[in-house]
Design a protein around this ligand. Sequence first.
Ligand code: NDP
Ligand code: MG
Length: 427
Amino acid sequence: MSSDIDAAPCICFFLGHGINENILVGTDEMNMSSNTPPRRLSIFGSTGSIGCNTLDVISHLGGREAFQVCALSGRGNTDLLARQAIDCGVEIAVTADEKRYKDLKRALSGSGIECAAGDKALVEAAERDVEWTMAGIVGMAGLAPTLAAARKGADIALANKECLVSAGSLFQREITAGGGRLLPVDSEHNAIHQVFDRDQSGSVERIILTASGGPFRSLNQNEMAKVSPAMAADHPNWSMGLKISIDSASMFNKALEMIEARHLFDLRPDQIEVIVHPQSVIHSMVGYCDGSVLAQLGAPDMRTAIGYCLSYPKRPDLPIERLDFAQLARLDFEAPDEKRFPALRLARQAMEGGGLLGAVLNGAKEVALEAFIEERIGFLEMADIVEKAMDQIGPGETASSIEAVYDADQRARIIAREMVGASMAAQ
Ligand code: NDP
Ligand code: MG
């Protein structure tokens, strides 16, 4: 998937490349007036798919004249991180991997840009004073820096779904206490955010999350047992990072999104539906008590959701492909198959059980996913491992602290690692 990321429009954003003059005119009243100072923001996970798309959106909305990027972060891709940092003129660039510190420092030498490494450095960078933060780190590793930014009062554009899945209402409380806003980047939640009538939330009956069905939508279980990581990463519609692409193939991505939606929109588990919609044109829907269903549609391009979160409550002018309905001609739907995709059933179990089950599901899933990527277990074993961890640990008490969330996450990882070991021993 690194080719995916490399192909993304990641560099030279702030050198004027690709900036559409019409867009500059269009955004003038938003944040380009000569009297308006640039908005300060940070992007965590800037070297990933979401991070690169965020930088691209920023370039279309005025680049350095409109935005002052304070901090950028990555992990392994230090060369790209350094190029982004220099293009943006950031204050600090952080790699999460301490072993990559020297590489980053070398790549930034002479630029005057501060450089740091490690999880603690990520949190410190997230505590810097900014108005807006993109939470684009993948996995549970995103929780600590996102919490740090939330506590400082930044608006959080949340791509990282693991924060809400694992820490749920605790995470939301931290954002409320910090005084910032929580803006959902995940395309389904962003779609719902756009059509959810907050003034009449009591009239919302249900939300309907759409799922593409991924690359294995029509495979049977025997065929699914044999798929490789490369096949699983080949998403039919969206260009995303490796892990979320494979999670889409197993529908663990949808499972995480169901839990994420429950917290974001304060709904009961039975109000959250999933429908397979292979074209990924309808990004999600809200059903109201009068039978109306409101949907948000668009091309499968994350820059719409990112731009929405960056400009909210205004709409930015972005060069996203416009839908041509005559050419589309049809939109298909089918019920999801929870037998072939047990992740959906496990998400319901996590929502109904409550407590720390979200953290358990996610922690075990991250270990199982890593093991599948490294070809130590098969595709279908991922759900078995998650189910076992959830059954063994149970929901526990209602999450009372972030420490309790980390504890549940760690316990789930230990069980999942044991199961991976047992599976390898049996091979
Ligand atoms: P990518 O894998 O493309 O990027 C992940 C980013 O996180 C990279 O910058 C990576 O650095 C960094 N990173 C990886 N591991 C760590 C770690 N342990 N500590 C700190 N940073 C780390 O992922 P995506 O951009 O696809 O996804 C990011 C998040 O957004 C995920 O939670 C995903 O579920 C969510 N999301 C993504 C969507 C998409 O379209 N891609 C859509 C909706 C949600 P490096 O590459 O330098 O190693
Ligand atoms: Mg999504």
